[in-house]
Design a protein. Structure first.
Length: 147
C-alpha cells in the first residue's frame, strides 16, 4: 500500500478568494539543449579569462635542447626544446606561450630517429626523440638557462 502512494500524483487544495481550487502537481519537463532559446544559451557561457596554465607545459615540453647549434639559433630568435613524441605544433605553441609569456610565430618539428650502437659484441640502440624549434616575435626572449 505504501508503494502505491509514492507513484500517485499529489493533489493539494488552495483557497483563492474564498473558493477552493484543486491543484495537481505535474512532473517538471526536462528541456533539451537544442530546444532552449538561443538567448539563454549565449548568456550561460562564462567569460573568457586568460590564465597561465603551467600544468600543460610539463605534459608537452621535456627540456630545452642545449647544443652549439641551438645557441647559434638564439641569435635568430629561435629556441629548441625536446618534446614528448605525441605532441603537435598547437600543443607546443600553447605550452610555450603560457609558460614563458611570449608570442610564438612558428614551430618546426624534427623527429630524431634511434641509432644503433655497439659495445664489444653486444648491439644496442640509442633512443630517438622529438625536437621542436620555436620562432619568437622580434624583441622577445626566453631565458632557458638562468645565469
Amino acid at each position: 500500500m505504501f508503494l502505491k502512494d509514492i507513484f500517485k500524483k499529489k493533489k493539494t487544495k488552495e483557497k483563492k478568494e474564498g473558493k477552493e481550487v484543486k491543484v495537481v502537481k505535474k512532473p517538471i519537463k526536462q528541456i533539451k539543449p537544442s530546444e532552449r532559446p538561443k538567448e539563454v544559451i549565449s548568456e550561460a557561457k562564462p567569460a573568457k579569462i586568460k590564465e597561465k596554465r603551467i600544468d600543460l607545459a610539463w605534459k608537452v615540453l621535456k627540456s630545452p635542447h642545449i647544443t652549439e647549434k641551438a645557441t647559434d639559433l638564439t641569435g635568430k630568435n629561435q629556441y629548441t626544446f625536446k618534446v614528448w613524441p605525441r605532441t603537435n605544433k598547437v600543443e607546443i605553441k600553447k605550452a610555450i606561450e603560457d609558460l614563458y609569456g611570449v608570442d610564438v610565430l612558428g614551430i618546426k618539428i624534427i623527429n630524431i630517429p634511434s641509432k644503433r650502437r655497439k659495445l664489444g659484441r653486444t648491439l644496442g640502440e640509442r633512443k630517438g626523440y622529438k625536437k621542436a624549434i620555436v620562432k619568437l616575435k622580434k624583441g622577445q626572449k626566453i631565458e632557458v638557462l638562468p645565469r
